[in-house]
Design a protein around this ligand. Sequence first.
Ligand code: WTA
Length: 648
Amino acid sequence: MSASIEQILEETRHFLPSPEFSAKARVSSMEQYREMYEESINSPETFWAREASDLSWQQPWDSVLEWNVPNAEWFKGAKVNISENCLDRHLTNGRKDKVAIHWEGECGEKIALTYADLHREVCKFANVLTAQGVKAGDPVLLYLPMVPEAVISMLACARIGALHSVVFGGFSVDAIVDRLEDCGAKYVITADGGFRRGKAISLKDNVDAALERYPDVKCSFIVQRTESEVTMVEGRDVWWHELMADASAEHTPEGFDSEHPLFILYTSGSTGKPKGVLHTTGGYMIGTYTTCKYIFDMRDDDVYWCTADVGWITGHSYICYGPLLNGVTQVMYEGAPNYPDFGRFWKMVEDYKVSIFYTAPTAIRAFIKAGDDLPNAHDLSSLRLLGTVGEPINPEAWMWYHKVIGGERCPIVDTWWQTETGAIMISPLPGATPTMPGTATLPFFGVDAAILDEEGNECPPNAGGKLVVRKPWPSMLRGIYKNPERFQTAYWDDYPGIYTVGDGARKDDEGNTWIVGRLDDVLNVSGHRLGTAEIESALVAHDNIAEAAVVGKPHEIKGEAVVAFVVLKSPVNDEEYTHTLRKHVATLIGALARPDDLYIVTALPKTRSGKIMRRLLKELVSTGDITGNITTLEDPTVVEELKALVQV
Ligand code: WTA
């Protein structure tokens, strides 16, 4: 049997949850799922009010949903504090002395924080923030390694109504400056550094360089992690541990409006400037709470581990908020998955007896490459449920995850969602949904997902179209920070009243959604969103680059890799020059965006109206050839030059 036929067979093979798993699950059959789903779509008010009553509200809502396209208000009139729900609630429900976070540093040090410990630290830091002048509504920029202080900072901001805006620790100085300028933050929380593959990586140096260009920051809180030498700027920089030493652990959580802003998280779109996605409190809380409750089916005896970084939405919703709202014990790890080797995760699964494990397809592909001996050397029998997120998972990776990590025993939840959606939108329910390698399967409660053609008609089964969401859902973004116009054009202009996701997809005969990939100029590199326009503008910011075009090419581990084509202002006779230019992108955005390949060309393929034909470049880097229609090219001779240059 040829490999391709086998693959097709595997893709149509269904994996049913075991009867034992289903028996214990909150949703244990497809009938139950359908019934609940129907209620969530037809009577969203009833459905969400019931879910919301699991949590604490300081004042009840007047209405569950007010919907004026594109503005949703959930639980309007209610007063709520999300940090109280993540922490204080568990002090009186029997979870006080339960471990909330088992933190492990890359070098192996361990810290266990109970719910009482975490509550105390958050209360103290909330008092510290207030004492330094941080007020409700103020944006605070976080640039931190994966240390408990990251979660403590987020919850402390939320507790006092300040908005956190976390910037991934791998982003560069320019990325910090851009985000500071856009959100106007006057407070920063960072660390001296963090550990990555055994090395201390400085973070404060980047913040210092950023603050030279953005002098509006009044106070920068510095966590001591690596104990490397840093320069403290008098009157601006303060040590976390010094302020915390004297801080009171008493703090009463104020109730904020349900629609009070909770955080801003920047993400790539189709223009050069990242979008400040805004989430608010009550709806986001219910979205992250219920998805953990039903999709991860979190239980009091679970040990849950999500391997994401808090710098991304997955770290917000499925490290910081969702798991703590559910009162679960979780593992948080500081470092790289391959430190000291690719067995690190499996050793930790064994050590902490992890039962729910949530990671990204790109990591799974890297583990496959590293070989089965590493996972096989560890006892993974504590695992009962596996999850993936970030990009479509290829069937080979799914099958490996299922067999080698899950022991053919654990359901896999392939969870589709976005920074904008706040919480998981399409995913199997592990005790109910038959799964298939490569599909995120069916919509979560309240999610009215559809696939539309250009005219707005629903596509028939198996026809590709644009993925949209037709009804508001609790954890949806409430806007682009201070930019309502961009909110409208980025998501609501394609079809009236309907949210356009930006992904292409199709539904099969059973209604399973298969995500094909982004339709806009957004790349998915190792499960991280990068805008081609963002990388292009970094390139043209270089003194000697006149023009640039960036496309993605398939990559075995990363899913997609960045490829850049540049036209120089003046020729440079240096073999290392492409290396210099690639490095320039890493300096401006972060190592994640560094092009794998960079080609210096005399001209880019353009239409007569001057539009760069990225489609041709994409075909070229994927297949080594250009077969597409080139009649609209202004200068067809560039094609020959490009073909000669690019070898696949
Ligand atoms: C892609 C990450 C297929 C998709 C949570 C989406 C996926 C973008 C999946 C959002 C999945 C995420 N299957 N594709 N299970 N999960 N994506 O904002 O293209 O970093 O639009 O949020 O990742 O990326 P973001």
